[in-house]
Ligand binder design. Structure first.
Ligand SMILES: [Zn+2]
Length: 485
């Protein structure tokens, strides 16, 4: 009797163990190419899009994963970004459509610079509505098509596709270079890793792929054909060559200071880069040995990152004066580049230079008013990070753009074999760098917050010293916590 009971218990244990290990994956894709009527180019400032030339496809791709009783749905969007005001309603609506929690949905934008912007929610937003609808359709199909799956990953190293845009200056500042030769000559780091994940069904047929590269998809600048840029070409090609049409999702790595080669190139430069990356990735994808994962963990955490205090009224007035003087001086010298430690591209038409620097003064004016009216600014800014661990691979999704050295810091300090910081996910809180990046200032770590013009829900001030370290510390402790360490 005792023996029988024991056998019974063992069987029960084995059954629940086998159930817990059950790993399912499903994927689907929907186009998010707008009609002409949906696009409002007036919200794009310098970056308008046009319809007279075809770029790479833009899609919303969903990957639904279930392991035992845990599920997540990753939505990869070929879009420049999903702001905080867009992310929350999207996650809620997608979650409701398949019956999971909003924190089990991860929205991950490719940051392609040739895509239409999602409109502000306080006005008409036909493109946002369309993207949401297509994402819901993709998520529903991915969820329904989940089937027993296997997982594997690999990496190759690619140089010559990216450069670091922040060139240190002798005065302690930094130049934003748009010339890859200058960026490469500076010796500043790039991230050569092209990471590839493969999900197969039980017969070894691909259900989906996921590739991550760390460099801005910003080859064609200003008036561009609508395009997913290199991530669109890369994933389209891999879907054709190695996954037999199954979706390949793109993960945008920590690359706040990295750009693809060249910047200010053409659509065909972008196409060449995406297809060449695909041709390097394809044989690696084909050789990945997939297996049933033994571990699947995920969790969210809210991190509070320190902000600078607002500048003094006196400093703001100086800045406004400096910018106005610069704009006036362009009349006589259109080749001027530098203002407030920020540089325009020398060859830009005066109109583009003004569009680039005027918001910096507008922000200073708004800040002056806000301070005079007694508005208080927070000393911290909240971001939600999400970590997903499958076997020895960790992905940490962050709502903003960490500079490359933060991505390296996470990978180097993580206890997992490979840990990748994925940018522009579940919101957009802008650039964040190391203390050295912050001290040098410049566009990413100093002036870029000004383009949001103190709008509700957007980060009002630059991150303070210590913010980058605090972010990486939180990513690591979330990983350790999930791993039970
Ligand atoms: Zn960016």
């Amino acid at each position: 009797m005792k023996k029988l009971l024991l056998t019974g218990l063992c069987l029960l244990f084995l059954t629940s163990y086998a159930q817990a290990e059950n790993f399912l994956a499903g994927a689907a894709s929907r186009s998010i190419m707008p009609t002409k009527e949906m696009v409002n180019n007036s919200i794009h400032s310098n970056m308008t899009v046009r319809f007279d030339e075809l770029g790479s496809p833009i899609n919303s791709k969903a990957l639904a994963l279930t392991f035992g009783d845990k599920s997540i749905v990753l939505i990869a969007l070929d879009i420049s970004g999903v702001k905080n005001s867009h992310s929350d309603p999207m996650r809620k609506a997608i979650a409701a459509s398949i019956g999971v929690n909003p924190d089990e949905i991860i929205l991950s934008a490719s940051h392609s610079h040739s895509t239409p912007f999602l409109e502000p929610m306080d006005g008409p937003h036909p493109y946002f509505d369309f993207v949401l609808q297509q994402s819901i359709e993709a998520a529903k199909e991915a969820w329904k098509s989940r089937r027993p799956a296997r997982f594997g990953h690999d990496v190759i190293y690619v140089v010559g596709a990216s450069f670091n845009t922040r060139v240190p200056m002798p005065d302690g500042g930094v130049k934003f270079t748009r010339d890859f030769r200058e960026g490469l000559a500076s010796g500043r780091p790039i991230d050569p890793r092209l990471n590839i994940i493969r999900f197969d069904d039980e017969n070894g047929k691909p259900i989906a792929g996921w590739v991550r590269f760390a460099t801005h998809p910003a080859c064609v600048i200003f008036n561009t054909p609508i395009s997913g840029e290199y991530p669109g070409y890369l994933t389209e090609r891999l879907s054709k060559t190695v996954t037999d049409g199954a979706p390949v999702l793109f993960g945008y790595g920590a690359s706040g200071d990295l750009n693809c080669i060249p910047m200010f190139g053409s659509e065909s430069d972008s196409r060449n880069m995406g297809r060449q990356l695909a041709d390097l990735a394809a044989p690696v994808f084909e050789q990945i040995q997939t297996k049933k994962p033994q571990r699947f963990l995920f969790g969210n955490r809210t991190v509070n990152l320190p902000l600078d205090p607002p500048p003094s009224i006196e400093k703001l007035e100086q800045e406004i004066e400096e910018i106005n003087t610069f704009i006036k001086a362009l009349d006589t010298n259109p080749e001027l580049e530098w203002v407030m430690g920020i540089n325009c591209k020398k060859e830009w038409p005066v109109k583009n230079k003004i569009n680039h620097v005027k918001p910096l003064a507008e922000w200073a004016g708004l800040m002056k008013q806000a301070l005079k009216s007694g508005r208080k600014f927070p000393s911290n800014w909240q971001s939600e990070i999400t970590a997903l661990i499958i076997d020895d691979m960790g992905l940490v999704f962050y709502p903003g753009e960490p500079l490359v050295e933060l991505g390296f810091a996470l990978s180097a300090q993580s206890p997992l074999e490979e840990t990748l910081l994925i940018a522009m996910s579940n919101g957009a809180n802008g650039y964040i760098g190391t203390d050295e990046d912050r001290l040098r200032g410049g566009y990413e770590t100093y002036s870029s917050v000004r383009y949001s013009k103190l709008k509700e829900g957007t980060r009002p001030l630059p991150y303070a010293l210590g913010a980058g370290e605090c972010l990486i510390g939180n990513c690591l402790s979330l990983i350790n916590e999930l791993c039970g360490k």
